[in-house]
Design a protein around this ligand. Sequence first.
Ligand code: NAD
Length: 243
Amino acid sequence: MTDLAGRVALVTGGTRGIGLATVRALVEAGATVVLTGRDEARAKEAATAAGAAAGLALDVTDAKAVSTVVRGVAKEHGRLDVVVANAGIMDDALLGMIREDAVSATLDTNVAGTLHTVQAAARAMMRKKTGSIVVLASIVGEYGSAGQTLYAASKAAVANIALSAAKELGRSGIRVNAVAPGVIETDLTAGLSEEAVAENVKKTPLGRLGRPEDVAKAIRFLVSDEASFVTGQVLGIDGGLVL
Ligand code: NAD
């Protein structure tokens, strides 16, 4: 069992789906976990249900707010060991149908939001010269996906944030990795048609869709000492799916 006793962790977008499963996995391993969500009441509710130390309101598109929350958590708990930049949105459309507001919302949330979170985490971790950051990329960021050009491009950028940040932060004792989930059963993918689900399952060697816990367990590994020499990696959590 991974031991995260004494570690302090922050998970953005932790009120549901992969984020909430990650909060639960880190709590289970003994970490003190703070989760954030866009809505304060929902964040507090999720934190109580998952055994997290606190649930705070945070919109990751707001760089100043991200910095304030991350600094606040590090100050209150005296350290910050783990940050999971999980918050993200998906707004699928064929190339010719992508709306301008979807472009800005997706890039602001997925790319800028992840960048703000990694920046703030790095600043907070730099003092103790130790820490581990995980960002949420996607299988479509590597292979591309028809009808998902915008989302896939944003996730390719997210993966690249991990690669570059890992190079910058390694000498400061901070590891940065990405996970690239395949199709995971959450609200994000609830709108997939039955045919799309069947097609994905057919193409997945492990023969099923992923569960939030599948991703959470991999994140828990990456942030733990079990992965002490792992940085700058993009780990596929996809049941072997090749798009
Ligand atoms: P989800 O929609 O259930 O959860 C996303 C969370 O992010 C929600 O809590 C939401 O409120 C939060 N969020 C969105 N915009 C935010 C903002 N501006 N500020 C703060 N929080 C915000 O989706 P999920 O499937 O759990 O996805 C979690 C992450 O995993 C996302 O980054 C997603 O792109 C990525 N991912 C998911 C899948 C999948 O198949 N579900 C596959 C690959 C990658």
